[in-house]
Design a protein around this ligand. Structure first.
Ligand SMILES: [Zn+2]
Ligand SMILES: [Zn+2]
Ligand SMILES: [Zn+2]
Length: 316
């Protein structure tokens, strides 16, 4: 169960989120360029892997910014749910690119393991230090917002993970300078590759859950139904659909069985249910069908079937 997050962000008087994201993209873009050139000149795969990781950060930050802008677009007659899922689609594409980068790192590590090339660790060290400083700055900029917005949260953890990867590159550079063992570069590359692929798989699964209309992970449907059934006047709660329009917007539709009573009284019950669903289960879009007779589909779940004659529009 997740607490409701409808309260205004406390950072309204500070820099807006979109500006923070733009700043993060700028910083990450600069370090991406520095690490990429540094990796080519020094021949360090660890630094190139780190550059690959920073590239994923730039993608993640850009995605968060894009999703933020798309989410602001109003709904219209063609898109009654608005444009929230465009961000989800881009996230899935982004995750596939993360996995691709990881595969490249593993392949290159394997090639280098058989024949470790010489690396200019003296150049790797300052570039990695610069990367660490920049990633810590980006993580710090996003730190406040990451509790409020799932998209920003993923961008924050990208930056935090990359700071960690920079530490790995620094360690490998120091090991090479002290011992001259170039294998350290490969070991760190593989670790960074693992971090990238884990992030990719995680984002892919999360995006897929939204596309497949999965129930939000942190909502227990039995617990939810029980909470609603304890509300005075509610005799049954069934035909429940729960889905996510985006990772942050959860929706529910359901049937509510009540006594035959004035509409005003039914409306009070409906409001009570909506309040519980919003405050205890973070369901921001709720549609309820009030009933006073046991209905045809009174199972807790709805079994969707393709109508034989779709032109009749008979579906619930
Ligand atoms: Zn609505
Ligand atoms: Zn019903
Ligand atoms: Zn249904």
């Amino acid at each position: 169960m997740s607490p409701v997050s409808s309260k205004k962000t406390t950072s309204d008087k500070q820099m807006p989120v979109s500006k923070k994201l733009k700043l993060g993209i700028l910083f990450s873009g600069i370090i991406l360029l520095a690490e990429f050139i540094g990796a080519l000149v020094s021949n360090s795969l660890a630094l190139l892997s780190d550059a690959g990781h920073v590239l994923t950060d730039v993608l993640a930050l850009s995605l968060s910014y894009f999703a933020l802008m798309q989410a602001k677009r109003p709904s219209n007659f063609k898109m009654t749910f608005g444009y929230h899922r465009i961000g989800v689609l881009v996230a899935i594409l982004n995750s596939v690119s993360l996995i691709g980068i990881a595969v490249f790192i593993f392949y290159e590590s394997f090639q280098r393991f058989q024949n470790p090339p010489e690396i200019n660790a003296g150049l790797v060290l300052p570039v990695a230090l610069l990367g660490l400083a920049t990633n810590l700055t980006v993580a710090l900029i996003l730190h406040h917002e990451q509790k409020e917005n799932l998209n920003i949260k993923s961008a924050f953890w990208h930056a935090a993970g990359d700071a960690l990867a920079s530490v790995g590159v620094i360690i490998s550079a120091v090991v090479i300078i002290i011992s001259g063992n170039y294998l350290a570069d490969i070991v760190v590359s593989i670790i960074i590759g693992l971090i990238i692929s884990l992030g990719g798989v995680n984002i892919f699964r999360q995006g897929l859950r939204v596309i497949l209309e999965a129930s939000p992970k942190d909502i227990n449907l039995n617990q939810l139904a029980d909470s609603v059934k304890t509300i005075p006047g509610v005799k049954d709660f069934h035909h429940i659909h729960i889905w996510s329009i985006s990772p942050e917007i959860h929706a529910l539709s359901a049937h509510v069985l009540i006594d035959d009573c004035p509409v005003s009284q039914a409306d009070d019950i409906r409001q009570h249910i909506e309040t519980i669903l919003k405050e205890s289960f973070a369901l921001s879009h709720v549609t309820l069908q009030m009933e006073c007779r046991v209905c045809r589909t009174n199972d807790i779940l709805c079994q969707l079937e393709i109508e034989q004659k779709p032109h009749l529009h008979k579906h619930h």
